[in-house]
Design a protein around this ligand. Structure first.
Ligand code: NAD
Ligand code: UD2
Length: 309
């Protein structure tokens, strides 16, 4: 059994990953500054180091003698990257370089692999559908630019320092524990909470914009599988289903699952909102021999079931 560091392990995706690694019998250390993560997300059996992912000493200590690093810590908000450009850059880009640097010597002086979160935000407003990994990257935000920078440093980590890296461009991830509290939270977390409370849904634009929604359980499968393969090189994969779902459809399916309807409040489209964001999962399927397994109905039902009161 292995010992892994999960940065951001008290957050939405990182805590599901930590649960899964522990269930597989591994040891888990979490590094998290608890800025958006929550203590109640931490699995009891995981060791927690409260610290900043851009603090080299904290990362070195947390990564000491691990067999691999899952790097999920980030300020995962495009809006925040507009308001606090250099602060979010420090976490999102410097934090990643700090993790790659610690990985050079984390395994008793030898390099260990890093599996890390990139984002579909690297594609920005590229209108190609579906988006394959070779499509032009043209990020529209500091968040997307930093995620692209992480990928470039991921190549350097391997080619100059011998640290194997695997970056996943997550599309729209959803599932239990996703925080619905900000207006910029994932639409599914907001809709699920509103419907559970019998409240109306805000629809920005005509509701016909589409996204590629990926269930968090599937994300965790690929993260774990990438590490289990003892990666070499510097890989980049879309983590997506290839299936489009409109926001209007999403609202109807959630109502169907809940067994009642709520109202709609219509708003103008958000400035810069992307109309279509669908990934091509061909490279992912070819490399891992599997695609995302959770259908939208099952994923939404699991999410609705676990909306906190
Ligand atoms: P989240 O906010 O729930 O988790 C991020 C975690 O990182 C939190 O626990 C937070 O406390 C921690 N963190 C933030 N800054 C830190 C710092 N300076 N030092 C240490 N810890 C810090 O978000 P999430 O949705 O679970 O996102 C996980 C990863 O996936 C992020 O890298 C995010 O950019 C990426 N991602 C998420 C989505 C999505 O749809 N949720 C889409 C694309 C990419
Ligand atoms: C996602 C990411 C964002 C960035 C971007 C890159 C999340 C939460 N956001 O933004 O960080 O990576 O992709 O392209 O993962 N909507 C409503 N009503 C609501 C909330 C949202 O109509 O109450 C609409 C919203 O206008 C958008 C769609 O739903 O058209 C999806 O919104 P989102 O914020 O969940 O995600 P997205 O794709 O805009």
């Amino acid at each position: 059994m292995a010992h892994y560091l999960v940065t951001g392990g008290c957050g939405f995706i990182g805590s599901h990953l930590a649960d899964r690694l522990l269930a597989d019998g591994h040891r888990v250390t979490i590094l998290d500054d608890l800025s958006t993560g929550r203590l109640e997300n931490k699995p009891a059996a995981a060791r927690l180091v409260v610290g900043d992912v851009a603090d080299a000493a904290a990362v070195r200590e947390a990564a000491d003698a691990v067999d691999g690093i899952f790097h999920l810590a980030a300020v995962a908000s495009v809006q925040r990257s507009k308001e606090a450009w250099s602060d979010t850059h420090r976490t999102n880009m410097m934090g990643t370089v700090t993790v790659f640097e610690a990985a050079r010597t984390a395994g008793a002086g030898a390099p260990v692999p890093v599996v890390y979160a990139s984002s579909a935000a690297v594609y920005g407003d590229n209108p190609v559908t579906p988006l394959g990994e070779d499509a032009e990257t043209r990020p529209l935000s500091a968040y997307g630019a930093d995620k692209l920078g992480c990928e470039l440093h991921g190549r350097v980590a391997w080619s100059i320092h011998g640290v194997p890296t695997v970056g996943f461009r997550f599309f729209n991830v959803y599932g239990p524990r996703q925080d619905p509290r900000s207006p910029y939270s994932g639409v599914i977390s907001i809709f699920a909470q509103r419907i559970a409370r019998g409240r109306d849904l805000d629809i920005h634009g005509d509701g016909e914009q589409v996204r590629d929604f990926v269930y968090v359980g599937d994300v965790v499968e690929f993260l774990a599988a990438a590490m289990e393969r003892r990666p070499r090189g510097a890989g980049i994969f879309n983590l997506c289903t290839g299936r489009p779902t409109s926001i209007a459809m999403l609202a109807s399916v959630l109502e169907e699952l809940a067994g009642y309807r709520v109202g709609r409040i219509h708003h103008p489209a958000r400035p810069g909102d992307i109309r279509v964001s669908i990934g091509d999962p061909a490279r992912l399927r070819a490399a891992f021999g599997m695609g995302c397994r959770t259908g939208l109905l099952d994923g939404l039902a699991a999410t609705l079931d676990r909306v906190p009161a």
